[in-house]
Each structure stands twice: as structure tokens, then as C-alpha cells.
Design a protein around this ligand. Structure first.
Ligand code: ADP
Ligand code: MG
Length: 206
């Protein structure tokens, strides 16, 4: 089961992974964007973790909502509102649960990804963060009966495949789409940060 404590350690672990991969994300975004994805994500999640430490949220929904508000408020670019929407919808789906089992985790992630889709209007294969999210959700559907740990590990593995599969794609959404054919041959930065988000969960949740 994943309770408030596990959610908070997940967010902290993600923040550490973002710090450790800041230059890598910047490099990816400098190839097909404007080189700010590492900075955007680090700024957002440093602020989100600080907010949570200060506010001491009472439950999972409140924690996720705090994160979403900070990301929407503090992070510019495409990724702030998109990740912000993910956490907002996930918060709504968490309702007043004290802890989440595999079905519950799948439900909040699904709601979050629907939010990203509604907001950004991207589809599978458009070379965005959704190319990591969609296969991750599919893997979760297929493994949820084996419990949170195996399910989230399957999700992280599928997200990594999806992330790598963005390399040959032509970007159809966001800044990278301005490059057209020239966006081929580069890994999408947002799919890469999504992969880190799921790896953080896979390291901690059992
Ligand atoms: P910006 O592109 O505004 O500089 P970032 O560099 O922080 O913002 O984020 C870029 C990432 O956002 C991309 O790599 C892509 O994964 C994601 N992205 C951009 N547009 C969309 C969209 N419409 N739907 C989903 N993800 C998107
Ligand atoms: Mg950028």
C-alpha cells in the first residue's frame, strides 16, 4: 500500500533524480527545444518539496494538490502546466484515501494522464511525455493484480522503452515540432523526466 509517507518520499526521490539528471535533461532539450527542461523541472520540484515540508499536508490528495499548484504557478514552459495538470487530476482521483493499493495508484495515474492529454492534445507517437506515459499505463493494467511493487516496476520499464522509442519520431506537439524532420534522432526531454518519475516510484514502493 502507498500512503502519504510513500507519496512524499516519492516526490523527494524524484526531486533528487531531477537534480542528478539536470544537465542531461538540459542537453536533450537543447537539441530539440530551448534547453530549459532540466531547469524547469528542478525549480518546480524543489519548490514543491519545500511547500510540502512547510504545509504538512493531511492526506495524499492534499499533497498532490500542493505540488500541482506550485508547478502551475512557478514553472513556465509546456512542462509546468502539463505536470501541474497531472498532479491536479491525480489529486482529485485520490479523493480522501488514506492509502492506495495497485488499483488506486493506477486510477490516480490514469486520471493524471487524461489531464495531460486534455491540456496538451497530444497523441501517442507525437514525441512527448505521453509516449512514456501511455505504455506505462498499459503495463500497469496488465500487472496490477500482482500488487503495487511489480506493477510500478513494469510501468518504469515500459516508460523507459517508450522514452527510447521517441528517438526516431518526428515531434508533432510543443516546441520541438517547429523543427519538423530535424527533430528525428533525439530523445524527448519530457518523456525522459516522466521516466525518472516512475523510476523514483519503482525504487520506493513495494
Ligand atoms: P518548453 O517546451 O515550453 O520549453 P519544457 O522544455 O519544460 O517546456 O518541456 C518540454 C517537454 O514538454 C517536451 O519534451 C514534451 O515532452 C512536453 N510537451 C510539450 N508539448 C506537449 C503536449 N502538447 N503534450 C504533452 N507533452 C508536451
Ligand atoms: Mg524547453
Amino acid at each position: 500500500m502507498v500512503g502519504l509517507e510513500e507519496i512524499i518520499s516519492w516526490l523527494k526521490n524524484f526531486r533528487q533524480r531531477l537534480e542528478a539528471n539536470k544537465d542531461y535533461l538540459t542537453r536533450l532539450d537543447s537539441a530539440i527545444g530551448d534547453a530549459d527542461h532540466g531547469m524547469n523541472m528542478c525549480r518546480g520540484f524543489n519548490a514543491a518539496v519545500a511547500e510540502i515540508e512547510e504545509k504538512n499536508p493531511a492526506n495524499i490528495a492534499e499533497a498532490l494538490k500542493s505540488v500541482s499548484m506550485i508547478l502551475i504557478k512557478k514553472v513556465g514552459g509546456a512542462s509546468g502546466p502539463l505536470y501541474g495538470t497531472f498532479f491536479l487530476k491525480a489529486s482529485g482521483a485520490a479523493k480522501n484515501a488514506e492509502s492506495l493499493n495497485a488499483d488506486g495508484i493506477l486510477e490516480i495515474f490514469k486520471a493524471g494522464v487524461e489531464g495531460i492529454q486534455l491540456r496538451g492534445k497530444a497523441r501517442l507517437g507525437d514525441k512527448t511525455m505521453l509516449d512514456a506515459w501511455f505504455p506505462a499505463l498499459e503495463a500497469m493494467e496488465n500487472t496490477k493484480d500482482s500488487g503495487v511493487g511489480p506493477m510500478i516496476q513494469a510501468a518504469a520499464a515500459a516508460a523507459e522503452k517508450g522514452m527510447k522509442a521517441t528517438i526516431p519520431l518526428i515531434a508533432r506537439k510543443g516546441r520541438a515540432s517547429y523543427l519538423g524532420e530535424r527533430s528525428k534522432g533525439h530523445q524527448d526531454p519530457g518523456a525522459t523526466s516522466t521516466c525518472l518519475l516512475l523510476q523514483a516510484a519503482a525504487e520506493l514502493w513495494s
